[in-house]
Design a protein around this ligand. Sequence first.
Ligand SMILES: [Zn+2]
Length: 263
Amino acid sequence: MADIGVPLPSTTGFAPATIVDAHMHVGEFPLFNVRMDAPGLSKTLDHYGIAAGMVFHPDNAYVREVVEQVEGAYGLVWANPHRPGFVEEAVELFDHPKFLGVKLHPLLDSYHPNDPAVHPLMEEVVRRDLPVLVHCGHPIFTLPWSIEELAVEFPEAKVILGHMGHGNIVYIDGAIDVAARNPNVYLETSGMPMHTKIAEAVDRVGPDKVLFGSDAPFHEVGVEVRKVQVSGLPPDLVERVLERNSRKLFFGDERASAPIARA
Ligand SMILES: [Zn+2]
C-alpha cells in the first residue's frame, strides 16, 4: 500500500494537547479516495501529538500487523456477526495486548445492532470489561435508538456511539438523549459538525462520557481537535474529552502521566 496519500497539513495555530483518539481507520477506501497505512498512521500520531489511537479495519489480521508496527496504535476488533467464527476470532484477539475493544458497523455489515447474533460477542465483551464502539448516525441500522436497544439489553457493556449521531441534528440530539438516559452509553465526536453540541453533550451526559475521535483518514485530525477546543468547554473539560476520558475507558487510568498500556 502507498504511503499516507494525503499531505499532512501545517499545525501552525494548533493549540498543543495530548490526544487519545478513539476512532481511526487504516486501509484503502477507494469510494472515499482516502487511505492510511502503517507509516502514514505513525506520521499522523506524531504530527498531532496523539499518544494513543484506536485503529480498525474489517481485516483484523491487517490491523494486528499495523498495531504491532506502530507504537501508539491500538486495535479495536472489527466484529461482523455475518462472518462465521466472528466471536472466536474476537476472543483470540482480546488476548493480544494491543486490542482494547470492539468496533461494530451495523450499517456496512447490514444487521440490527441488537440482533441476537451479536449477543454472544457482547457476553465476552462484558466478561472482559471491553468497550464497544458502534457507528452511529445513519438509517436503517445505526440510528441511536437502535443502538440503545443493545445498550439496554447489556447494561454492563460500555457502548460508545461513534460520531454521536453524525451529520443530522435529529440524530445528534437523539444520540445525546440516549447517552443521557443510559449510564453505559458514551459519545464519540468524529464527523459531527456542530462544535457547540460537544459542550452540550458534556453538560447533559456528564464529564466522563464524551470521547474525542478523529475518524482519520476520513476527517482531518486538526479540524476534529479544533471542534473540541472551540466547543465552549472550559480547558479542564477539553482535556478530559481529548485525552483523559479515553485513557480511563480503554486503559483504566485517566492520569496523563500514566503509561499508555492496558491496566
Ligand atoms: Zn469511522
